[in-house]
Write a protein that binds this ligand. Sequence first.
Ligand code: GZL
Length: 312
Amino acid sequence: GATMLASAVLGTSVASATTVGFSQIGSESGWRAAETTVTKKEAEKRGIDLKFADAQQKQENQIKAIRSFIAQGVDAILVAPVVETGWDSVLEEAKDAEIPVILLDRTIKASDDLYLTAVTSDQVHEGKVAGNWLVEAVGDRDCNIVELQGTTGSSPAIARKKGFEEAIAGSDNLEIIRSQTGDFTRTKGKEVMESFLKSEDGGKNICALYAHNDDMALGAIQAIKEAGLKPGEDILVVSIDAVPDIFKALAAGEANATVELTPNMAGPAFDVLEAYLADGTEPEKWIQTESKLYTQADDPMKVYEEKKDLGY
Ligand code: GZL
């Protein structure tokens, strides 16, 4: 057509932009919102045409989005898989269409020839870091723990529970007395914490909260205050993500520790994707992102300032 003619005349090559479909879980947490912001920025930096689909935390919407990307003939697909199971058939379809798939921030239970790589933190390690912090913080004092789990069936919820339990296994003065999903949201985290407080003598019987993400912890902090208790003192609070608002809580003494999760999973993903599309270079099956513990001693308001404009 005209473009080809023009390029023939101009002698320039018409490099069609790489098109990538991104099946995002939703925006259930500040961290997830930041991941979306960063992914769009990383695509723009690389001249990648990103097709974005928000699944409102429903797996069937993610599967529909992936099928639509396959039908559009995208060059690659990013997926943040809401739960670990149920992906085999749609990923087989992507494989048959020779469209590489990269998993972001969560893993799946499927043969690893169904995806190019997974960019995630070590989620068992995150739970261990959180548990080890609490073991140190309480010493030999008896400590009843309540746990707000992430989305049921998601790899972070399963792994963060496992890691935390391993960390406290050697301390018989620490016990998880209640554990329930708050689905990674502030609203649900607050609701479930209210029920924990009611069931445990108004919270007098609770020494600590372990939340699989900061958003649930922030909702729980609200509930603890409304119950007339001091979060961070009467009930210790440890969680994961290191979103800006948890640093405000740390600075106010209302939270005690968080384990950082980078929202930039897309940068490493696009880097290996470009190499793969260029010459078939196969990346490792797991690209691990770092985990760092922050406490009240880490100048939380300085960290808040550094993070507050990153799109959370
Ligand atoms: C973990 C990621 C989790 C975040 C939550 O890698 O999947 O999902 O910790 C988000 O904030 O809901």
